[in-house]
Design a protein around this ligand. Structure first.
Ligand code: PSU
Ligand code: MN
Length: 303
């Protein structure tokens, strides 16, 4: 085992005995939602995973180590502290070697989950190819990591702050299977619709687990993206969100926001202009993803 990876005893016990484990990220806690909803959500998501018979593993960086499994106090710290780094792959060696606190993005969480031996990771939304990437070259390391690391991601699709079409093209180029759970159309986070047909569709956890098992038994390393549409009752219409995205993009350009600040800036702008509606939708879809992720983890442990 890697000396820089510290796994909570309950999780390491589960992994040793082949029990289902679901990884969870921490950027969403520190940089994706306001306190105290972020901590309440992190705890609720862990509980959802347990209810399905799997063990939750929230991942972050602390005291010079990758941490797999956080205590309630530690979750509280990551939800409250103002100086927590947003850590994607690029930042991992710096933040770990300096002993700083870091909240891990999808890319960094996948890498640490993989080091720990966890195969399933549930989150809200992944990073991708940004609108205007043809000139900004802003493409999230979440996508490149999906070719490196054999950890499947359950998300609510891709937020339309990104260029959904280009993100799907990128995933096709890299050979990443994209499966939508239970419908033909690829979802766009707040909405069950995106205007793009999903490359693949599966309707139950057993079928997804069988596909994952097959991919990895073929020696094909890398991820699979499972897009789980938001529950219909909580959907926000795409044109409703689009006007907030346009205003967020304009504000980002005016303030010259760049690099790793872009995604948190856009997310915060949208949240603060939708009177909490987007936050409630966000919380509900993460719980839903955790539930489906845990069911897939349970099915995979029986493969
Ligand atoms: N998209 C969301 N919510 C999030 C993120 C993205 O809808 O919280 C976070 C995730 O942690 C994701 C990261 O991995 O932002 C992507 O950041 P970047 O675009 O800088 O790679
Ligand atoms: Mn970026």
């Amino acid at each position: 085992m890697n000396a820089l990876v510290d796994i909570h005893p309950e999780i390491s016990e589960a992994l040793k005995s082949g029990k289902p484990v679901v990884a969870l990220e921490s950027t969403i806690i520190s940089h994706g939602m306001p306190y105290p909803k972020n901590v309440e959500t992190a705890l609720a998501v862990e509980e959802v995973v347990r209810q399905q018979g799997a063990v939750p593993a929230t991942i972050a960086i602390m005291d010079g180590k990758c941490r797999v499994g956080l205590s309630k106090d530690e979750l509280e710290y990551f939800g409250k502290a103002k100086d927590v780094w947003k850590v994607s792959l690029r930042d991992m060696p710096y933040v770990i070697s300096r002993g700083l606190a870091g909240a891990t993005t999808v890319a960094a969480t996948m890498r640490i989950a993989s080091l720990a031996g966890i195969k399933i990771f549930a989150t809200g939304g992944i990073g991708g190819v940004h609108r205007g990437a043809e000139t900004s070259m802003d493409i999230s390391a979440d996508l490149t990591e999906m070719t490196e690391t054999s950890v499947a991601i359950i998300s609510a699709g891709v937020k339309s702050i990104l260029d959904i079409g280009l993100t799907l093209e990128y995933l096709e180029t890299k050979g990443i299977p994209v499966i939508t759970y239970g419908q033909d159309e690829f979802p766009s986070f707040y909405s069950r619709k995106s205007g793009f047909k999903s490359p693949l569709r599966l309707d139950d956890a057993d079928s997804v687990a069988k596909l994952l098992d097959t991919k990895w038994k073929l020696g094909m390393k890398g991820s699979v993206l499972i897009a789980n549409p938001i529950p219909a009752a909580l959907e926000i219409a795409p044109d409703e969100i689009e006007k907030h995205i346009q205003s967020a993009l304009a504000a980002a350009a005016e303030k010259k926001i760049s690099g790793k600040e872009v995604t948190p800036f856009l997310l915060q702008h949208i949240a603060s202009h939708t009177q909490g509606e987007s936050l409630e939708a966000n919380i509900a879809l993460i719980k839903h993803n955790a539930e489906v992720g845990a069911r897939i983890a349970v099915a995979l442990s029986a493969c």
